[in-house]
Design a protein around this ligand. Structure first.
Ligand code: NAP
Length: 322
């Protein structure tokens, strides 16, 4: 099927791009991808998205965005993009189902994925105690000790969320200061179920069919210890989901897509929005704003394309008359 605008990814960037493209009568299609709704859909309470003074559940926020874009003519495809061809026109996108779609414009909004610790046991015990989604999996470890790794907003906020279920949440951080916002730090320090182990890294996840503990190393003293736990939640940042576009779209050395500040990539007609571009702000609101810009840029790009086509046709007609 051919589309004017094809959007890859269904987080706040992709869904806002869809909303604006739909309202510009471009009938966009969104390929939902591995994580419908994006990372925000795995967040419990979103307290900083304007318009929701009492906070909103991340899944509900994504769901509302999806419905809003659908109302103006967005269609959705449940699928995972396996290959893209952006060097030829129309652009071509192949899904895991084998379906191929073409488009005049592609908006890349594939987001970012949790960074892995890269230690023995992490892959082996994935979904058997190792999880990157507190909201999805915290419930399964009721009254157990849980370990969270990292010192940023995600680690501390998700750790706080886990205290609803846990007997204790132990945050293991490689420095002796958190990176998280002061207000979030304060909440964590005030929570009797939160404990911090400073200057320490996880060197191995231990288990027997499922997680039973973590091996820790203190970076200052070199001392090692085993901390028994049932669950490990690494929250140590993200890596952009850009593997599909390597060799086609210009990226920086960390794999973030480069744009000109107006969401335009090095390929005319290919735009990028959200966490796939942004390693600084990484907020739902900034991703949504990016999605809006990408759709407006796409609309102007298509207007130009149409004007050129009409110009070429008129010129050809003119030639014919000659
Ligand atoms: P982040 O701010 O980059 O924090 C990552 C944390 O993981 C840091 O504390 C870092 O340690 C640690 N880390 C990185 N690599 C590590 C490794 N290999 N081993 C052990 N520890 C490691 O990532 P984030 O928490 O996912 O947040 C990303 C962005 O989203 C930020 O801009 C954040 O403000 C934003 N965010 C905002 C909210 C909110 O506003 N409510 C909620 C969640 C996220 P160092 O501190 O030593 O570097």
């Amino acid at each position: 099927m051919h589309y004017r605008v094809l959007i890859i990814g269904s987080g706040p960037a992709g869904l806002t791009a869809a909303l604006y493209a739909a309202r510009a009568n471009l009938n966009p299609v969104v390929i939902r991808g591995l994580q419908p709704g994006g990372l925000i859909a795995t967040t419990d309470e979103v307290e900083n998205y304007p318009g929701f003074p009492d906070a909103i559940n991340g899944f509900d926020l994504a769901d509302k965005m999806e419905k809003q874009a659908a109302r103006f003519g967005t269609t959705y495809i449940d699928g995972i993009v396996e290959a893209v061809e952006l060097r030829e026109r129309p652009f071509r996108v192949t899904l895991d189902s084998g379906e191929t779609h073409t488009a005049d414009v592609v908006i890349i909004a594939t987001g970012a994925s949790p960074r892995k610790l890269g230690v023995p046991g992490e892959n082996e015990f994935a979904n058997r105690g190792v999880s990157y989604c507190a909201v999805c999996d915290g419930f399964f470890f009721r009254d157990k000790r849980m370990v969270v790794v990292g010192g940023g907003n995600s680690a501390v906020e998700e750790g706080l969320f886990l205290t609803r279920f846990a007997s204790e949440v132990v945050v293991v951080h490689r420095r002796d200061q958190l990176r998280a916002d002061p207000i979030i730090q304060q909440r964590a320090f005030n929570n009797p179920k939160m404990r911090f182990i400073w200057d320490t890294v996880v060197t191995e996840i231990l288990g027997d069919g499922k997680v039973t503990g973590v091996r820790l190393r203190n970076l200052k003293t070199g001392a090692e210890e085993v901390l028994p736990t049932d669950a490990v939640f690494p929250y140590i940042g993200h890596i952009p989901n850009t593997g599909l576009f390597v060799g086609q779209v210009a990226m920086d050395e960390n794999g973030y897509i480069l744009t000109d500040g107006r969401t335009r990539t090095n390929i005319p007609g290919v735009f990028a929005a959200g966490d796939v571009v942004d390693h600084i702000y990484r907020q739902a609101i900034t991703a949504a704003a990016d999605g809006c810009k990408a759709a407006m840029e796409a609309s102007w790009y298509l207007d130009n394309l149409d004007a050129q086509a009409v110009g070429a046709e008129t010129a050809a007609e003119g030639l014919g008359q000659w």
